[in-house]
Design a protein around this ligand. Structure first.
Ligand code: DAT
Length: 174
């Protein structure tokens, strides 16, 4: 069965604004916000807790099994800082959010991230790791890079994604 609504990944370094974007988008376009963090916790798709990094060690196979049914129905917005684990056939658009390092530093500091995790995430953002991962894993034409520094950026991004979804539905209507 072809899906009636597209599946979108919103990815990027922790702190870029994935959750905030996904929550607004879910509300605006009536999509399901699949917070991978939440799914990993709720459905125990992990192999334990990493104390140094203060995060779950994700079991990717379990995670994919846990979300497969939802994703197959379409209309999901997947919120996660990695994207190359998702099968290409599941995904219609990959949004990579970006932010400057000063802003990211402030956001992660406000979250009380351990120093090692903070530095690693800043490096990840500066080196464009998630953008490269998205471009390597998916066709170039479905990967878009959007700035997420200000609330104006957020409004523009949400409007742009909403317009893209409307067009996708037109193009894919039977
Ligand atoms: P993520 O889910 O990528 O870890 P988040 O949505 O939790 O990030 O955002 C982290 C913090 O930064 C949160 O306090 C909201 C703020 N923020 C994110 N994007 C923003 C933007 N474009 N403009 C202003 N604040 C933003």
């Amino acid at each position: 069965m072809p899906r009636q609504s597209p599946n979108i990944i919103v990815t990027g370094t922790p702190g870029v604004g994935k959750t905030t974007h996904c929550e607004i988008l879910a509300e605006k376009i009536g999509a399901r916000h699949l917070s991978v963090n939440q799914v990993v916790k709720d459905k125990e798709c992990h192999e334990g807790w990493d104390d140094e990094y203060q995060s779950w060690i994700v079991d990717e196979d379990k995670l994919l099994d846990a979300i497969e049914n939802d994703v197959q129905e379409g209309g999901c917005i997947i919120d996660w800082h990695a994207c190359d684990l998702f099968p290409k056939s599941w995904i219609d658009l990959v949004v990579v959010l970006r932010v400057d390092s000063t802003t990211l530093y402030d956001r992660l500091k406000a979250r009380n991230y351990p120093e090692i995790k903070l530095q690693e995430n800043l490096d990840t953002e500066i080196m464009e790791v998630l953008l490269q991962e998205a471009r390597d894993a998916f066709d170039e034409e479905i990967v878009i890079e959007l700035q997420s520094t200000t609330s104006e950026d957020m409004d523009t991004n949400v409007d742009r994604i909403e317009a893209w979804v409307t067009q996708w539905k037109k193009d894919n209507a039977e």
